[in-house]
Write a protein that binds this ligand. Structure first.
Ligand SMILES: O=C(O)[C@H](O)[C@@H](O)[C@H](O)[C@H](O)COP(=O)(O)O
Ligand code: SF4
Length: 606
């Protein structure tokens, strides 16, 4: 199937735009490789320190002939998704020995659970924790003891951070190793129903806690299609996971065998073999376009319109929201997973999952098959589903047809003809909106605005009954420079209540929403942000605002002369406490959301 002309055009535009920066990146990883195996550069003292505690692996590591794999792990007990990783390093060392290789934990990275911090002051650390993760990944791999890497991470900023850091060691063959979703608990729609009842004061905390803990109930990734599971989708679309390994649950024999397969595979794609697949060549312009296409086709998390530009920059590739908006016109929405629909990722996987999506997108010319995956000749081999045949792991072709059309549909009969992403532009700046979970009747909202500088003030106004009308709720001073660009997902239940009461409601913010946010139209990531003089700072209560996903409009309907004469509101002081003061450096130097919202990449000149 020929490539879709829009996909071809956008890919070529990205290649052209990135020519200089990509060439500089490829030169870096070539130089890193040509300095040979990193370990020979180390002194005897360096090496001795490096393998002093390696136990039974010491002779092999000391011998320097076999691949030594660096494990970078995001294990902690805060993220249900990462809790299973606690046992992975020991398993990986055993699997490496099966291939005559060795493995050591190169380092750990921090991992914030956005579910624990949602609505808390600590959410202001969330976006920048991605750069902490990238730098911690670099610290681990900088020991230069490794000829390959395995990355243990799943959730929101963790996969982006691991990738950004590892890409600076792009000469290493690298595979992401997932741990899988928890079994389905309380259906998401019931969880939301109880939350809205709580927001209306109709149920108490005990009932709410029962509902929440029936939804999030055991080790494994939360089963809504948020940023974590969108990460998994992107890794499959980029060929950085073993095929179809994202949504196999923890504790299963199949899960263990997929980990074993990843360990064995990374030992086969090193530079001293005949099938060298370094991360820096796997992550090229086509792989990035595939990740965007997957995001659009599955209605993935809005957070990736910030993380993907950052990941791409780390590989010398420059993308922007115009690229994503243009691709969104070509790539249809073929999956409907909560918050976009009723089913969760377990149901999505059972309906055909990523193997089905990959086959559909390649078959329709909406994804590049010819990318360097970690496993095979092309991404087409990603359209395979892992199964156990007795004790043997095998891969079988994805189902020819969706096994549940309420969740997954063919490109020929999609849920929506276009992808779920829209770029919004107007006198309020540039913003993004995800429409895959919004009823089309609500894609255009025009209403008087109510302006807040803190989501808790908006929640208080709701509780006081001040928002019982058509209203565009504006929460500004939520950008990277202001307070670290938190997710404002706590606003979803009250705004959902207002919407269910029949009001025309929308949110406008220079902050973020959760990948699990959905049904209320939200113009988010508005840039330039209010803190740096962006036009949101000029809005006043009562101004008519128009958010329109059909025309791509984000406008304050204020006469031009009055609008240009408006004074900007003062930003509130940065928060103190939960360590936010230690992130002032990152707020001070962060660049805009559209470029990835990163002080680290900005200062690095990437
Ligand atoms: O981007 C995301 O996917 C979210 O950050 C997600 O990781 C977060 O945990 C949500 O807050 C979960 O949803 P609830 O807060 O509704 O449980
Ligand atoms: S999906 Fe979100 S809430 Fe669930 S473990 Fe990951 S970060 Fe935490």
């Amino acid at each position: 199937m020929p490539l879709n002309p829009i996909v071809e055009r956008v890919t070529q535009r990205i290649i052209t735009r990135s020519r200089m920066t990509r060439a500089a990146y490829l030169d870096l990883i070539e130089r890193s490789r040509n300095q040979g195996l990193n370990r020979p550069q180390l002194s005897c003292g360096n090496l001795a320190h490096g393998f002093a505690a390696s136990g039974e692996d010491k002779p092999l590591i000391k011998g320097g002939k076999a691949m030594n794999i660096g494990i970078v792990t995001a294990y902690n007990d805060m993220l249900s998704a990462h809790q299973p990783y606690g046992r992975y390093p020991e398993q990986i060392k055993i699997f490496a020995r099966e291939m005559g290789a060795t493995a050591q934990v190169a380092g750990g990275v921090p991992a914030m659970c956005d579910g624990v911090t949602q609505g808390q002051d600590s959410m202001e650390l969330s976006l920048f924790s991605r750069d902490n993760i990238a730098m911690a990944t670099v610290v681990g791999l900088s020991h230069a003891m490794f000829e390959g890497a395995l990355l243990l991470g799943i959730c929101d900023k963790i996969v982006p951070g691991l990738l950004i850091g590892s890409l600076r060691f792009g000469h290493l063959p690298t595979i992401l190793v997932p741990a899988g979703p928890m079994p389905s608990g309380l259906p998401n729609k019931e969880k939301v129903r109880i939350r809205q009842l709580y927001a209306e004061g109709k149920v108490g905390r005990d009932e709410l806690l029962e509902s929440e803990s029936a939804s999030y109930h055991s080790p494994g990734t939360c089963t809504f299609y948020g940023t974590a599971n969108s990460n998994q989708m992107m890794m499959e679309m980029m060929g950085l996971h073993m095929p179809g390994s994202s949504f196999v649950q923890p504790g299963l024999k199949l899960r263990q065998e997929l980990t074993r397969a990843a360990v064995h595979r990374v030992t086969q794609i090193g530079w001293n073999g005949d099938d060298y697949r370094p991360l820096g060549l796997c992550v090229d312009e086509k792989a990035i376009v595939n990740a965007i296409a997957g995001l659009l086709a599955t209605g993935g998390s809005t957070n990736h319109v910030i993380h993907l530009p950052a990941i791409a920059r780390a590989a010398g590739i420059l993308i922007d929201w115009d690229d994503m908006d243009e691709l969104s016109r070509a790539v249809p929405l073929i999956a409907s997973v909560y918050p976009n629909g009723a089913g969760d990722v377990n149901a999505f996987a059972a309906a055909g999952g990523m193997p089905y999506v990959i086959r559909e997108l390649i078959g329709a010319g909406l994804a590049h098959a010819d990318i360097m995956t970690v496993y095979g000749r092309s991404l087409a081999e990603g359209a395979l589903e892992p199964v156990m045949d007795g004790d043997m792991l095998k891969w079988t072709p994805a189902p020819q047809a969706s096994l549940d059309e309420s969740l997954l549909r063919p490109v020929s009969a999609p849920f929506q003809r276009e992808g779920g992403f829209r770029l919004l532009k107007g006198n309020l700046g540039r913003g993004t909106i995800k429409v895959s979970a919004v009823d089309p009747s609500r894609w255009t909202i025009e209403a008087p605005c109510r302006v807040f500088s803190d989501q808790n003030d908006a929640l208080a106004a709701f509780k006081a009954g001040e928002l019982e009308r058509d209203v565009i709720v504006v929460v500004r001073f939520q950008g990277p420079a202001a307070n670290g660009m938190p997710e404002l997902h706590k606003l979803t239940p009250p705004l959902g209540v207002l919407q269910d009461r029949g009001f025309k409601v929308a949110l406008v913010t220079d902050g973020r929403m959760s990948g699990a946010s959905g049904k209320v139209p939200a113009a988010i990531h508005v840039s330039p942000e209010a803190k740096t003089g962006g036009p949101l700072a000029k809005l006043r209560d009562g101004d008519m605002v128009r958010v329109c996903a059909n025309t791509g409009e984000l406008t304050a309907l204020v006469p031009a002369d009055e609008w240009s004469a408006r004074e900007e509101a003062m930003a509130p002081p940065a928060g103190l406490g939960v360590g936010r003061e230690l992130f002032a450096l990152l707020r001070l130097h962060s660049d805009e959301a559209e470029r990835g919202g990163s002080a680290m990449l900005a200062a690095a000149g990437l």
